[in-house]
Design a protein around this ligand. Structure first.
Ligand SMILES: Nc1ncnc2c1ncn2[C@@H]1O[C@H](COP(=O)(O)OP(=O)(O)OP(=O)(O)O)[C@@H](O)[C@H]1O
Ligand SMILES: [Mg+2]
Length: 574
């Protein structure tokens, strides 16, 4: 895990090395200053040598200033290193997610991916900064201060032999009880994040169903569970504080007591005692700091694991970058295709699909909801891979092509489509970056979108807002069709893409498809039989299997499912 994350340090290695070096400088000065103090008291003040006191005083101030500078520099380098590191982690994560197939995204869920890209990266950034700064500072300070304390008075330093084990045991007990609690707390965080994200994405639905109270209640509950857990976890830590303080003050008291006795006996000088007390404080604060660092590291360990989990995810559709780059024609074949979302042969979503579509043909696909229509067409641009059998485009297995080439030739208008913030023109150019204005207008005319676009005051430069909120459902669908047409694909797949368009416009779109895209294979999934009835052939899907293939008339004649759907829609129309 550490190895995978450390590859993200990249060009911030310089800062990551400089920060600890500066810390070492800072600590060495901080631990030398008490020695100067000892000299001032025991030599200067004791002998009434004011000039010596002044001289050493200046030395002490200079040391303090240099130490401060080291401290500031280490802070600066550490912050730079940590932010740069986080930037690299975030970029690596984002790039990885871009390579994900639909199946990969399904596995992680969008909400969790967002949390990983934000909260988890921030946690990791924090602990990285801690590691290169505090994790260097505390142990070094502990070691130097202990050595110096022993050098001043080894007898008195024996107090540590009692204090340090007591403190360590206390810290270990507290940590082992707190660790599991913190891990549970992070899970609660996930749940809370998921609830918030789902709510925000679906806020319109929430309002439409007047579910605000219910949602608030759900959130309050998740929030309360998190609080309770946090309360427990932090409670253990808080409980540790008085114990630590007890040991710290106990030690100080013991040092005063025994040190005082030593002074009276004349074996220790007052300056030495003063220096000793400073060291004991440094030792105990570094111990506390180390325990704090461990808490933070544990907290972020879960986050780091979640990030590495994404790094390690095998993208299950691998791009064949040396694959064939040209798609011969728009023919499509399915040969003995089985498919399952869970890759489980017992739970097939598509079963034994065999169909051959000629280039330029128009195919309709009809079937009840959940009959696997979407699943079937998603195999053509390789949004998912088959379990068994072969899908061929242009006479070749889809796996032989580079993904770019395949997906540029197979334009699919998804059932759940999205537009992005930006102007209409920006969005259309997703289809083809270099499209000229004429090409854009032509595609929009084919998709019956030109007229309504021109009715906006800004025309093609109308800003769509986030997720394309500024257009109606039917307008959005037509923009998505135009966007797909701009690719000049060999195969166009419309997955229920005119469901929100009125029947008259729908039939106009089909008419212009017939006229302008006669060489393009067109696959239309539709709920309305009228949207598919003029196709060359219609596939009737039922529960993941092909029930029948034929023309509108043939199917009306011979296919029960088709006739039932047709009759019910006719009745509805009448
Ligand atoms: N990403 C997914 N992960 C797991 N199962 C899925 C996924 N998408 C769809 N399914 C399941 O596969 C089956 C077929 O779904 P599909 O979306 O292909 O149906 P459809 O015919 O397009 O339906 P509709 O007309 O409602 O769009 C359904 O039972 C559905 O629950
Ligand atoms: Mg569907």
């Amino acid at each position: 895990m550490i190895k995978k994350l450390s590859s993200c340090v990249g060009k911030y290695l310089k800062q990551s090395i400089l920060a600890p070096i500066m810390v070492i400088g800072e600590v060495i000065l901080e631990t030398t200053i008490p020695l100067v103090m000892v000299e001032i008291v025991d030599r200067g003040i004791r002998n009434g040598d004011i000039r010596y006191v002044a001289k050493m005083g200046v030395v002490m101030v200079v040391m303090a200033i240099i130490s401060l500078m080291f401290g500031a520099l280490s802070g600066k380098f550490a912050a730079e290193a940590a932010m740069g590191f986080a930037k690299n982690v975030r970029k690596k994560l984002f790039d990885k997610v871009q390579d994900f197939s639909f199946a990969n995204v399904d596995k992680f869920s969008t909400a969790s991916l967002i949390t990983r890209l934000t909260t988890d990266v921030t946690n990791t950034q924090m602990s990285y900064m801690m590691v290169i700064r505090l994790l260097v500072r505390a142990p070094i300070m502990l070691i130097i201060a202990t050595i110096e304390a022993f050098r001043i008075n080894s007898q008195l330093a024996l107090i540590f032999l009692v204090a340090i084990p007591v403190l360590s045991v206390a810290i270990i007990i507290i940590m082992t009880t707190a660790f599991p609690l913190f891990e549970k707390m992070l899970k609660k965080y996930d749940a809370l994040n998921a609830s918030v994200q789902e709510n925000l994405i679906g806020i319109r639905v929430v309002k439409a169903f007047v579910r605000e109270d219910h949602e608030s209640e759900k959130f309050r509950e998740a929030s309360k569970k998190l609080m309770d857990m946090q309360y427990k976890a932090e409670g253990v830590i808080i409980f540790g504080m008085p114990i630590m303080m007890l040991v710290v003050y106990g030690c100080t008291l013991a040092v005063y007591w025994f040190g005082g006795n030593l002074m009276v006996a004349g074996t220790m000088q007052s300056g030495e005692l003063l220096g000793f007390i400073t060291y004991i404080m440094q030792i105990l604060t570094s111990l506390m700091m180390i325990s704090m660092i461990f808490v933070t590291l544990v907290l972020s360990r879960a986050s780091m694991e979640r990030i590495v989990e994404v790094f390690d995810e095998q993208t299950d559709i691998s791009d064949n970058s040396e694959g064939v780059t040209t798609v011969e024609d728009g023919s499509v074949e399915f040969e003995n295709v089985n498919f399952s979302y869970s890759k489980d042969k017992e739970k097939l979503t598509l079963e034994n699909i065999n169909i051959s579509i000629k280039s330029g043909e128009t195919i309709g696909i009809i079937g009840g909801t959940g009959s696997s229509k979407t699943t079937l067409v998603q195999l053509i641009p390789r949004l998912y891979d088959v379990l068994d059998g072969e899908v061929k485009v242009g006479g070749r297995n889809v796996k032989d092509y580079s993904l770019d080439a395949l997906r540029n030739s197979v334009a699919m208008v998804l059932q759940k489509n999205v537009l992005f913030s930006g102007t209409i023109r920006d969005n259309l150019k997703w289809g083809n970056e270099n499209a000229t204005d004429e090409e854009i207008i032509e595609a929009c005319k084919s998709a019956e979108a030109h007229d309504f676009i021109m009715s906006f005051p800004d025309g093609y430069d109308t800003d769509l807002g986030q997720g394309g909120v500024n257009v109606s459902g039917g307008q959005k669908q037509r923009l998505c069709i135009a966007r797909a047409l701009l690719k000049k694909p060999k195969i166009v797949i419309l997955d229920d893409s005119t469901s929100a368009v009125d029947t008259a416009t729908d039939s106009k779109i089909r008419k212009s498809f017939r006229e302008k895209l006669s060489g393009t294979t067109t696959i239309i999934i539709a709920q309305r039989i009228s949207s598919a009835s003029d196709a060359d052939r219609i596939i009737v899907l039922d529960d993941g299997k092909i029930n029948a293939v034929g023309t509108h008339e043939e199917l009306l004649e011979s296919n029960k499912i088709y006739r039932e759907v047709f009759d019910s829609q006719q009745k509805g129309a009448e």
